[in-house]
Design a binder for this molecule. Structure first.
Ligand SMILES: [Zn+2]
Length: 287
């Protein structure tokens, strides 16, 4: 296999060589969730995977195993789901924020223990979750000299494009990266009585083009390149393994600050989730 990027695919000596050339670990965060009838479920995962793999190929560094489960349903997700999915079943790999953020701290621990100088986290699912990952990362930074960047993919291009959900922005990226995962012929499927309805499909998806997708992806990669800015040669850091106890203490600090978690809150511009909605009970997670 040429141009290997994945931790899982490397032999030990390959890992050490690659890491000593560029001491960066990338973490792709994805999810399976409805993106209309025009897209397969893994759109957010494909974006994150590609940005991490291509960054590794171009700028060096190693890609950690993808985590294709993500914070969903809680806080601002609930009124959104009530609007775009209603009472339909969801078929998504959503997780509550406390489970994801707790696990995220353990993921950072593995990168810290493996001696990386920098961790770059790219979430293909966005909307506010990235703020919570950054809060967790900042707390983790109290005990680690590993530099941590965490972004959702629309943040990489926010001066050029506005992110969306299964609309022109996202479907363009799919048309460029994985055209076989897009079926624009199904654009009106949502109107059929036997379908799952809108299923979170974006309204301007038909305006998507592979050309725009390429531009979004290239601009995203430039952003990541600027983050890296330098080669981290010989910057593998020998560290003692961080204990579980330390991570639990860090998570306890994060939990104390749960009132700041964006994924537990509704945005001011959103309506309340209707009382009869299946999503009502997800609005608040009692911790
Ligand atoms: Zn998406």
């Amino acid at each position: 296999m040429q141009n290997k990027t994945r931790w899982a695919d490397l032999f030990p000596d390959e890992f050490l060589k690659k890491q000593s050339e560029q001491s960066i670990i990338y973490l792709p965060l994805g999810i399976c969730e409805p993106h209309g009838h025009i897209s397969t479920f893994g759109l957010d995962t494909y974006k994150a995977d590609y940005l991490c793999d291509e960054s590794s190929r171009r700028f060096g560094g190693i890609v950690a195993p993808t985590l294709a489960y993500q914070i969903h349903e809680a806080g601002y997700h609930a009124p959104w789901l009530s609007e775009v999915l209603g009472e339909k079943p969801t078929y998504m790999t959503g997780m509550p924020p406390h489970v994801m953020l707790h696990f995220f701290m353990y993921q950072l621990r593995t990168f810290h223990n493996a001696g990386f100088k920098t961790a770059i986290v790219i979430s293909g699912h966005s909307g506010g979750n990235q703020n919570d990952f950054r809060l967790a990362a900042s707390i983790f930074g109290q005990v680690s000299d590993m530099k941590i960047f965490a972004f959702s993919d629309p943040e990489l291009v926010e001066s050029h494009y506005e992110g969306d959900h299964a609309g022109k922005y996202e479907i363009s990226q799919s048309l460029y990266l994985r055209p076989e995962t897009v079926n624009l012929n199904a654009i009106n499927r949502m109107n059929d009585a036997d379908s799952l309805g809108r299923f979170a499909q974006g309204e301007d998806a038909l305006e998507a083009t592979a050309e725009m997708g390429k531009d979004i992806i290239e601009k995203s990669l430039s952003f990541i390149e600027n983050l890296i800015a330098e080669k981290h040669e010989n910057q593998v850091i020998a560290r003692k393994p961080m204990t579980y106890q330390v991570v639990e203490e860090l998570y306890a600090q994060l939990l104390i600050r749960k009132n700041e978690w964006v994924t537990l809150q509704k945005y001011d511009f959103q309506n309340e989730t209707p009382a009869e909605s299946q999503w009502k009970s997800f609005e608040r997670v009692i911790l």
